[in-house]
Design a protein around this ligand. Sequence first.
Ligand code: K1U
Ligand code: ZN
Length: 177
Amino acid sequence: MAKLNILHFPDTRLRNKAKPVAQVDGAVRKLIDDMFETMYDAPGIGLAATQVNVDRRVIVIDVSEEHDAPLALVNPEIVARDGEEEMDEGCLSVPGIYEKVQRADHIRLRALDRDGNPLEMEAQGLLAVCIQHEIDHLDGKLFIDYLSNLKRQRIKKKLQKESRQERRDAEDDRRAI
Ligand code: K1U
Ligand code: ZN
C-alpha cells in the first residue's frame, strides 16, 4: 500500500469532473487500498479520488471511531434524498477550515463495491453527509462552494498565506542542513 498526496484548495485539479470506472480491476482495488491508507493517516472520515489527483469516480469512507467500518464506493449515484441537516464540515483539501453546510439528512444510493458487485444502500446523519461531500468532490465541487464569495476568498487567502509560509520554512530547513 502507499500513501497518496492530497491536493489542497485552490489547486485547480480539484475542479476536475471524474470519469466513471469501466471495470473494477486490480488497479482500482489498489487505488482503493491506497486511498484508505491515506484517509486513515490524514486522519479523515472520507476521501475522493479527485483529491489524490485520480480522475475516476471512486470514494472511500469510514465514519466509525474504531476504524472498523470501511466503505468503498465506485461510481456512486444518489437516487433519492430526504430531509435536511446542517452540520459542521471539514475537508482534507481545505485544511483547518470547518463550516456549517446544509445537506439532505437521508439518502439512497447505488454504486459498485470493491469487488465490482452492484450495491444499493441507505444512509443518514454523518454517513449521509460524508457521502454527499465525497460525491461533490467527484463533480469538482468543494464544501466551501456553499459559502458566500467573501468567506471563500478569505479562506483562499488564508491557505495561500499558510502554504507560502510552509514553503519558506522548508527552504530554511534545507539551508540549515
Ligand atoms: O473529503 C474530505 O476531505 C474528508 C473529510 C470528510 C468530511 C468531514 C466532515 C463532514 C463531511 C465530510 C474529512 O474527513 S475532514 C476531517 C474530519 O472530519 C475528521 C478527522 C479526524 C477525526 C474525525 C473527523
Ligand atoms: Zn473534502
